[in-house]
Design a protein around this ligand. Structure first.
Ligand SMILES: [Zn+2]
Length: 433
């Protein structure tokens, strides 16, 4: 604390020193976060300090190295706010901003877009206004990938490619926040980003700008429904609606899909078939759903187990069935697909090692893979939607008819027995599906 105060003792020079120090802290945090593959950096005010957390592969980790004394907080917050083009004197309102940050590696100069959210927070112990910051690191490399790299199994990939190359209809990606829906939509759109296709998007916010897309950021003055109406006069082939949040947006999107456009969007539902109920709630009629819906992809992101410290274990088939609520023939199908054999009704799986290793920075996991469930619609399923919207029956029929190749649980089980993820992780991410 004394050394902090000594910086303030002289005039201009000392202030600059304080600023320089804070600037260095911010740069160090950004560089360290990027090196570790962080998606979000959190600055959280505590009673005597500000703690810094990194979200890596979907999980928040406190960074002990960056626990900051409260005396540095205001300066650090100011630096981030100035970088992001926010008003530094505004401490009582939420603000959003962006800046870019570059890192020089041995090979190249890498530049990242950083999206910043700043909110005023109250602390019982502290009457002064404190501010909490979250910095989202937008790494364009995350969307410059192929479908296989997102974890799609070969047969799911073929079906998805078929859907995305259709000229009209509706395609929806579903899952909770942070399940990778937007990344999948960006990757799919880039597959059809050719000179003969006009792609228009309305997003809140625009995360990545892509050559070839006309992208609009939703705002108070340009809500989703207004943008969608104006799109119809802008000669689109493909329209991406970041998220279907309200009835107007859902209805205009469905109308666009009926009139010769491919519309892709995302929704918050737990599984592929539940999306049909959600569309009905949004007042999209049964016949509109049956006529326009090409397919629904439900997804989650599972952390991949660290290859350097994973522990081999054996689990009884019956325990697998109970744990994931699957029938024996379903589990057998998954094992067959993964080309994994059982030994005395035991299956080999890999579990995380407590404390991990150097490779995984002691987290036991390294990177993530998608767990998917893809529903494709054909005339028979469309007829079921028109006449009978009992979701369980539609789901049963979709599985029997092969419209839904496999459930998210089965997709995850295949990746688990192949050693990509652990039973613990699969159970965790499937808990809400
Ligand atoms: Zn490890």
């Amino acid at each position: 604390m004394m050394s902090q105060q000594s910086v303030f003792t002289s005039e201009d020079g000392a202030l600059l020193t304080k600023g320089e120090q804070a600037q260095r802290v911010v740069t160090n945090i950004l560089n360290d976060a990027i090196t570790k593959g962080t998606s979000d950096i959190h600055f959280q005010p505590q009673e005597h300090t500000t703690i810094v957390k990194f979200r890596i592969d979907g999980v928040l980790y406190k960074q002990e190295l960056f626990e900051l004394p409260i005396t540095e907080e205001a300066q650090i917050v100011s630096i981030v706010k100035i970088k992001a083009g926010m008003k530094t004197e505004e401490r009582r309102k939420q603000q959003d901003g962006r800046f870019s940050h570059s890192i020089e590696t041995k090979k190249e100069l890498l530049t990242y877009d950083i999206r910043v959210s700043c909110i005023p927070v109250c602390r019982q112990f502290d009457k002064s206004q404190r501010q909490s910051l979250v910095l989202r690191i937008l790494d364009k490399k995350r969307i410059q990938v192929k479908l296989d790299e997102l974890g799609f199994l070969p047969d799911t990939k073929i079906r998805l490619e078929k859907i995305i190359h259709r000229k009209e209809g509706l395609f929806l990606s579903t899952g909770p926040a942070g399940s990778g829906k937007t990344t999948t939509l960006y990757v799919l759109l880039q597959m059809i980003n050719t000179n003969d296709t006009h792609i228009l998007t309305i997003e809140d916010p625009v995360e990545y700008t892509i050559d070839g897309f006309d992208q609009i950021a939703a705002s108070e003055h340009m809500p989703f429904k207004t943008a969608l109406r104006s799109f119809m006069r802008h000669d689109p082939n493909v329209i991406m609606v970041g998220e279907m949040r309200d009835q107007d947006t859902a209805q205009i999107a469905a109308e666009a899909a009926m009139t010769g456009h491919m519309v892709i969007s995302s929704l918050h539902t737990n599984n592929a078939v539940a999306t049909i109920s959600r569309l009905l709630e949004l007042n999209v009629t049964k016949s509109m759903i049956a006529d326009t819906l090409n397919g629904v992809l439900a997804q989650r992101l599972a952390r991949k187990i660290c290859p350097d410290c994973k522990i081999k274990a054996s689990v009884k088939l019956i325990n697998l069935m109970n744990c994931f609520q699957m029938h024996e023939d379903e589990v057998q199908k998954c094992l067959e697909y993964a080309e994994v054999a059982t030994e005395n009704d035991n299956v080999t799986v890999w579990c995380p090692r407590q404390g991990g290793c150097k490779t995984c920075r002691n987290t036991s996991y390294l990177g993530r893979t998608g767990i998917h469930e893809l529903l494709m619609l054909d005339d028979a399923i469309a007829d079921l939607i028109r006449t009978n919207v009992n979701i369980h029956e539609i789901r049963k029929a979709a599985i029997q008819r092969g419209n839904m190749l496999r459930s998210m649980t089965a997709d995850g089980l295949i990746k688990m027995v192949k050693g990509e993820t652990s039973p613990q992780e699969l159970a965790r991410i499937l808990a809400d599906s």
